[in-house]
Structures are given as C-alpha cells and as structure tokens.
Design a protein around this ligand. Structure first.
Ligand code: G4P
Length: 528
C-alpha cells in the first residue's frame, strides 16, 4: 500500500523553453513557492546560453557544477516533485531530448514578447510525438508583449497545440495588474508595495468584489469580463483526461520575476499533472506498480576533475523499489552490480538514499560501466525504448595526433560517446572514425576533454556530410541492397551499436537515393 502511495505522489517533469524565456527563473520560483528554498537566487543557474564558442571552458565549468541542478526535488502538498533540468543551449539539444525520455510531463515557457521561438518548436514536437502532457506558461507579463489572444493563436498554429487558458492576465507591461484564475475563479494582484515578496499579493475570491473594482478600475474589469466570456465561448472546456492524453494543453500567464501566476501554476500542476507513467520496452509495457525494480540511464554527467575520471549516471526508476546495496542486472553487460551510495536530489542538495520509487531519479556513481539508454532490472532482460539518436548537424573525421596515446584516445572517445557528448560513426570503407555533433561547440569540448582527462591529442578534418540516415534493409529487395551498397559504398558507415547509416552529402542526393532504392527504408533517428 505504501508503495502505491509513493508512486501516486510522484510528479516528475521538465521545463523547456528557448533560451532567455525564463526557464531558470520559473524553476527557482517553483522551488520558492514550493517551500524548498527560502529566497530567490539560491539555485545556481546552469545555463550556458550566453557563451560563445570561445567560452567553451566556461560552459564545461558550468556543466561541471550542474550535477546538483540536474534534478531538483521537493515535497509540496504531500506530493514529491522532481524537476529535471534541460539545457537551453541549442548545442546541447540532444541532452534535452534524452531528458524528455525521463519526464512524465512538461511545462513550456514562452516569452510574451517573443512568442514561439525555434528551440521551443523542436522540443514541443518531441513531446507531442511522445504524447507527453504539456502545460504552457506565458512569462514576462510585466513587460509589453503580444496580445494574449494573438499569442494563443500563434502557439496553436506554430506548436500544433490545442490550447485552453486556465488563467488570464489583467493588463500587461506598465498596466499589468495581476492574474485572473479561471480554474479557481480568483484574482491575484500585484500589491503596490513593490517588494517582490512571494506572499505580498492581494487575493480576491471573486471578480465581482467591490474593492477589486476600485483597485484596478472599472475599465480593466469590464475588459477582463469580456475576455473571460470570450474564452468560455471559444476555447474547449478543460478536461484532465484530454490534457493527460496530449489532446489539450492548458495555458497559464504570469511573471516569474514578479512572482505572479506561479502559485496558480504550481497548485494546478499538483492537481492535474500525471503520476509516473508506464514505459515501453522492447518486449512489453512496464508499469510503475510492478513489484520488480526497473530503470534506465538517461543522462551521464562527467566529473570535471581530471584526477577522478568518475561519472554520475542518472537513472529514472520505471517500476518497483530501488534499494541501496542490492544487486541489479545491468542488462547490456549481463552483469550484476550493486550501488553503495546512490544519490537522491533535494532542492539544490544531493543525499545518499536507501530506497527510491518510480518517478524518482537516482544518481549512481559510475566508473565507465554505463551508456545512455542502459537498462537496470532485478533480472529481466529488457531494454527500454525512447532514447533515440537523431542525425547530427556537423561531421568531422577525428585524427590521432599522438601515436603513443592511441589506447587513451580510443578509450576517451568511447567514454565521451557513452556520455552522449556526440555520436561516433565508423566508415565502412576504411573504418575511419567520424564524429557527428549537434553543435560545433562539441568538437572543442571533445578535444579539450580528451587532452585533459585522457592525455590524448586529436584534431578534426572536414568531411562533407549533410545528414546521417539510419538504414533498414531487412525487408528490402536483395538486388537493390547489393546495388545500394556498391554505389554508395563510400557514404556508408555503422553507428556505435553497429546499425547501418547512410551519410548523405546533400539534400538532393538523399532524396534521389530514397527514390531510387525505394524498398530500403531511411530513418531520421536510430530508433525505428
Ligand atoms: P532561461 O533560463 O530560459 O534562459 O531564462 P532566465 O530565467 O535566465 O531568464 C532570462 C532573463 O529574463 C533574465 O534576465 C531574467 O531575469 C529575465 N526574466 C525571467 N522572467 C522574467 C519575468 O517574468 N519578467 C521579466 N521582466 N524578466 C524576466 P537577465 O537580465 O538576462 O539575467 P539576470 O541578470 O536577471 O539573471
């Protein structure tokens, strides 16, 4: 019974946004309102967005300290909330995609002035594809921005969502007075003391309140009433089951900086957000309520200290109870491991735990045994799905610059790839190694880390690759396969798991190839 209660109270989610929309500020304010921290500014920002390529050392330093902000957990209203951090920098987009495999829902933050931005589009698409329940938070209402209805339209069109507002702003920018909570029918106003204190709010339980009318003026009240009427007529009625199945997305308005709308968001989140969901593995659907423990690694964090090449593997618990010092099967290695000091994360601290439940994230100390996507169980040989690789944007040959350190280089490359820093391909023709990365930044990071952590020197050589496509020839016509392999020989490679990949040199040649070899299947991701 206690086990089922523990599952019921877990809420594991991620906050996603384009850099600068206010993800860090909102995260911090959720912790503040949730009582996990006492003052704003207590959580170290791990954002790397402002750094240019030349600042990669700074980026790595920041990534080094971000172990503690990778998961921010706290208890609120008898719920255990786990917020998973997602890097905003586009060069670390793969990290974010992988983290999305471990969340049960997301909050998307949108800047009221900028509207839907590029990074948000990509991330929301991944969530939509996986039917992850989405809540939208429109931030920075204390600044002038787009008209609320126009913005809702923009979100519906650009993000392909079906929106219904649960709160609505009263004024905006200089005129911003507060938030009307449609869900609870109450009004939260900025007090005129301008203290930014989270409790320094004026709350009215009805829009008809006389004092409220005096406070914000008859004009704004009239406008608000019209807007609410319009919302009731035009937008779908909010139903939890539609939100949970990904058919409907509630939208909230607020100002994370001014603490407005955050309480509404948090309280509603507690009411509606999903408890840990079941997860597909290669053979079946694994339910959180199953007695037997299972989990998977979605993130590996390197320790930046070159003297200790150890790492933290972040495991999302899918089913059963995870216990300290208990042997578990590392399915890929077919070997039992036990963990004497698994970490859990509380607010900005990490602590050693004895037991963890589905929805929780545990940090396991790792000396190089784990890869992203690895599954741990009590003995069952399963592999969880949902951590695909996507085609990198940039490709380079990697060359060894110090023959005396060949072994170190090999080991370093493999370990960095296991961490998910970039992807490795082996060209079929000559077995040369090609590194594919989402951003150019990764090449500098790899070079720096290979030298500093493994003592290995390398450089990179340009190669003309437009996209990597995973190729499925299983059901293809044998004559086509033979011709494809012969003609495209110099463009074929294997990924780190031995899967066949076509490295197309241009959009044109990719399309031509797909057309010509129509019985062969080409995929944009490694999980097909
Ligand atoms: P990110 O994690 O999504 O990248 O965004 P972050 O929270 O760092 O916010 C980006 C900038 O926007 C910060 O200002 C932050 O203070 C500001 N901001 C966040 N929420 C609000 C809001 O509700 N209203 C207003 N007006 N600003 C907001 P900065 O000057 O870039 O950084 P800082 O010096 O304030 O840290």
């Amino acid at each position: 019974m206690e086990f089922l209660n523990e599952i019921d109270r877990r809420r594991t989610f991620g906050i996603i946004s384009h850099p600068d929309a206010g993800k860090t500020t909102l995260t911090e304010k959720l912790l503040l309102f949730g009582g996990a921290i006492q003052e704003a500014g207590a959580v170290k920002s791990n954002k790397v967005k402002k750094a240019a390529t030349s600042d990669f050392m700074e980026i790595e330093r920041q990534r080094g300290i971000s172990v503690t902000t990778s998961v921010l957990a706290f208890n609120y209203c008898n719920k255990k909330i786990n917020i998973l951090d997602t890097p905003g920098h586009k060069d670390f987009a793969e990290d974010t995609y992988r983290t999305l495999s471990a969340v049960d829902s997301v909050i998307v933050v949108i800047d009221v002035a900028k509207g839907v931005e590029e990074q948000t589009k990509k991330l929301v698409e991944v969530c939509r594809m996986r039917s992850i329940p989405i809540i939208v938070f429109i931030n920075k209402l204390d600044r002038e921005g787009k008209d609320a209805f126009d913005l809702i339209d923009e979100i519906e069109i650009k993000l392909k969502l079906n929106i219904t507002p649960l709160t609505f702003p009263i004024g905006m920018g200089y005129e911003f007075k507060g938030i009307f909570n449609i869900w609870k029918n109450k009004v939260e106003l900025i007090s005129d003391k301008k203290t930014n204190d989270k409790l320094d709010k004026i709350i009215y339980n009805s829009i008809e309140n006389e004092q409220l009318k005096n406070y914000i003026g008859i004009d704004l009240i009239g406008k608000l009433k019209d807007e609410i009427e319009l919302i009731t007529e035009v937008y779908p009625k909010f139903k939890i089951k539609d939100y949970l199945s990904g058919k409907l997305q509630p939208v909230f308005f607020g100002s994370a900086l001014k603490n407005l709308g955050v309480q509404d968001l948090l309280d509603c989140f507690i009411d509606i957000a999903p408890k840990p969901r079941s997860k597909e593995c290669d053979t079946r659907l694994v339910k959180p309520e199953e007695k037997s423990f299972s989990g998977f690694v979605f993130k590996i964090h390197a320790n930046m200290d070159p003297k200790h090449r150890d790492r933290v593997a972040f495991v999302k618990i899918v089913s059963g109870v995870f216990k300290k010092n208990t042997p578990y099967l590392h399915v890929r290695k077919n070997k039992m491991y036990k963990f004497s000091s698994p970490n859990t994360f509380f607010a900005e601290k990490k602590e050693i735990i004895n037991t963890s439940y589905p929805g929780d994230i545990v940090g396991l100390h790792d000396t190089g045994n784990f890869k992203i996507g690895d599954t741990l169980t009590e003995g069952e040989k399963i592999k969880f799905k949902g951590i695909p690789s996507f085609s990198p944007e940039h490709f380079r040959y990697i060359n060894n610059k110090d023959p005396m350190k060949t072994k170190q280089l090999e080991k370093g490359i493999i370990q960095l790839m296991d961490e998910g820093v970039a992807q490795l391909f082996f060209l079929n023709l000559n077995n040369r190694k090609i590194i594919g990365a989402v951003g150019l930044l990764q090449f500098e990071v790899i070079q720096y880390r290979l030298l500093n952590e493994y003592g290995a020197k390398c450089d990179f050589e340009n190669i003309n690759v437009y996209k990597a496509c995973w190729v499925d020839i299983e059901k293809a016509d044998q004559i086509e396969i033979d011709e494809f392999k012969k003609i495209k020989q110099k463009f074929l490679a294997n990924d780190k798991n031995g899967k066949l990949v076509y490295l197309a040199d241009s959009y044109f040649s990719l399309e031509m190839t797909k057309e010509k070899y129509s019985s062969i299947k080409f995929y944009n991701s490694s999980e097909y």
